[in-house]
Design a protein around this ligand. Sequence first.
Ligand code: GTP
Ligand code: MG
Length: 321
Amino acid sequence: MTNSFDKKESEPKNSIWVSLKNIRMQMHGVFSRDVIDTKELIELEEILILSDAGPQISAEIAENIRNELKNSKNRLGPKGCLIVLRNLIEKRLEKLVDPNHLSQSILTEKQENPLVSILIVGVNGSGKTTTIGKLASYYKAGNLSVALAACDTFRAAANEQLISWGENNSVEVFSSRVVDPAAAAFEAIKTSKEKKIDILFVDTAGRLPNNKNLIEELKKIRRVMSKANNGSQEHTWIVIDCNTGQNAISQIRKFREAVDITGIILTKFDGINKAGFLLQLSKHEPIPIIFVGTGEKITDIVAFSPEIISSGIVGLDSMTE
Ligand SMILES: Nc1nc2c(ncn2[C@@H]2O[C@H](COP(=O)(O)OP(=O)(O)OP(=O)(O)O)[C@@H](O)[C@H]2O)c(=O)[nH]1
Ligand SMILES: [Mg+2]
């Protein structure tokens, strides 16, 4: 089965690599010196803190490298330190890997109750609707029948935006006239089952997690969808804008208090400037990252790979080293 990942095998690596240029240049500034000593390790810690890795994780990583240097009787050298650093970061990021490989398993594993419904939530402008457009294309390329439910009943333009993504992908968009998004989601699931749709993405209005009414509304959407689903596979993915930095942690935590978040989609990785927040995420909210958005185009979405991200941060490529 082919899908957009297979078609352009080398691209995910390139787009992630390019996005991490800033932090990589800073790492390069430290590790291109002849000797790595206390001064360099302090600088490393600072780079990590400034990238939103948090003071504790940053100190732990610098300490780990200090110990490795000591154990090697200072024979490790700058390149050796970089390899250790890459491995430390990769190991931490592995906690964010989806053990069920949902991005692929939805494509390949036949379900008993075929409909998989995915509720997409997040704050305003995080990239929910765009991500749904990209995922419609991704799963359609994998020969699944895809439908979209326009449940952002807040803004009239939101429906139009989703309908336009539906047209681009030639997939059906259920756009109800009812103003209650929970009722609209319920209808969409019922119709999807009747039409034997494989995967339904439910778009919701952006909301701040401290807006009590909107969070109650979200809980209602989730409850009603679960009833309509009646045992079919269901997920709730939160869309996180990478520019949110470490605030992403509290955002996810608050959404998780309202609904069971089963996956994360990172968007705007192409504009990431505080990549260290991923390390905090792996420690404090290790929910699987299902996909990473790397631009505004329909194909700008890649699988999450700790190996590619850790290599991109330190500037080492495990394939060529
Ligand atoms: N550079 C970049 N831009 C993105 C990415 N994903 C989404 N965007 C842009 O972010 C903006 C907001 O995207 P939407 O999909 O409308 O966000 P939303 O979460 O649906 O917004 P609301 O429904 O208003 O809450 C648009 O200009 C998108 O093109 C990405 O991965 N990279
Ligand atoms: Mg939207």
